[in-house]
Design a protein around this ligand. Structure first.
Ligand code: FDA
Length: 310
């Protein structure tokens, strides 16, 4: 409950325009702990650094809730550029995309622009033997994202597109069951948005219990799971679960965010687990940064100290 109140307070305050402009103007040096840089080139350089430690990468151009079709197409063009740039460096691209950033919910020529742009991105990702994960956003977008995911798996195959389920949502268990026929590649996360109690569990212990339930069910069904968490207890439990059920290390991977628990990322990779870091980059870092602050009270002090210094 305290966690929920803390998250609510941070996300409410960070939503205020004055706070946003203050943090945007003075906070970049602090945000760099969580964001790899502003350009595709800096993000690609981070891929190389992580690879030296045996860690795989997931590139994410920051941006969400784009308001016009022009902006959405511009954003999609930047993602296509990222795929080209990664491919040119000999990297099999693995990227994450928020459908709201490429026009989800905007109708153009009778077709949802988010889906149209996702098809463009996936066409190129497939050409480069790459992978696109459709990030999960706030709860009003879940239905449409899962529907579009189903369409895209049908067109491009589950080896090229995956999506995310959030364990704080009551609906996620039913969603996982309903997707099973696709043999989907799913990332399981706890969930990072400010959600009402009518849709999301307010108690952290329940969110954690549901997290395990979703991961175990997806592994047992024989599907690929991206165990995306920094929670050491859950990570240890998953390690025990796969050992006890004879599930191979190829059936899943651990995923963590850039700048968070790099020590643990390295340790797991050294133990022979597949580990992937989510590397966000770009100028539109504010919303992503606010969610990272909302996850951990100690991060507020880190931001305040950094802003006062710099
Ligand atoms: P929890 O919050 O319980 O934290 C466990 C421990 O991890 C903490 O005690 C601390 O040590 C460390 N930690 C966690 N957050 C930290 C932070 N910000 N700074 C420093 N330390 C921190 N969400 C979503 O809604 N949609 C999505 O598509 C995604 N995608 C995604 C991809 C990947 C690769 C990851 C790792 C996470 C996401 N998330 C997400 C975010 C996710 O929902 C969740 O908010 C964060 O992962 C934090 O939760 P944990 O599972 O780490 O556990």
């Amino acid at each position: 409950m305290i966690d929920q109140l803390y998250r609510k307070a941070v996300l409410t305050v960070s939503g205020q325009k004055q706070i946003e402009s203050l943090v945007r103007s003075r906070g970049w040096s602090v945000a760099q702990r969580f964001v790899a840089g502003e350009s595709a080139q800096t993000a690609i350089a981070a891929v190389g650094e992580l690879a030296a430690d045996g860690i795989l990468s997931n590139l994410d151009l920051l941006g969400e809730f784009v308001a016009s079709p022009e902006k959405a197409n511009e954003f999609a063009a930047q993602v296509l550029h990222l795929l080209d740039a990664a491919h040119a460096e000999g990297i099999k691209p693995y990227v994450s995309v928020k459908l709201s950033s490429v026009g989800q919910g905007q109708l153009v020529d009778g077709q949802d622009l988010g889906l149209t742009n996702a098809r463009r991105i996936l066409g190129k990702a497939r050409e480069y033997s790459g992978f696109v994960c459709l990030d999960m956003e706030d709860h009003p977008r879940v239905d449409q994202t899962l529907e579009q995911f189903r369409v895209l798996v049908g067109e491009f195959g589950a080896q090229h597109v995956g999506t995310v389920l959030q364990s704080y949502l009551y609906r996620s268990e039913a969603d996982r069951n309903s997707l099973d026929d696709l043999r989907p590649n799913l990332r399981i996360v706890k969930g990072a948005y400010l959600e009402p109690e009518s849709v999301a569990m307010p108690i952290k212990a329940d969110v954690d219990a549901n997290y395990r339930k979703l991961v175990y069910a997806h592994l047992k069904a024989g599907n690929y799971v991206n165990v995306a968490t920094h929670d050491e207890t859950i990570i240890a439990d998953v390690q025990h679960f796969v050992l006890a059920h004879g599930i191979s290390k190829d059936a899943f991977e651990f995923q963590m965010l850039y700048g968070i628990r790099r020590d643990l990322q390295k340790e797991l990779a050294a133990q022979g687990y597949r580990v992937r870091a989510y590397i966000p980059y770009g100028r539109d870092w504010y919303a992503y940064f606010s969610r990272r602050i909302a996850e951990r009270p100690a991060n507020v002090m880190f931001v305040l100290r950094g802003m006062l210094k710099g």
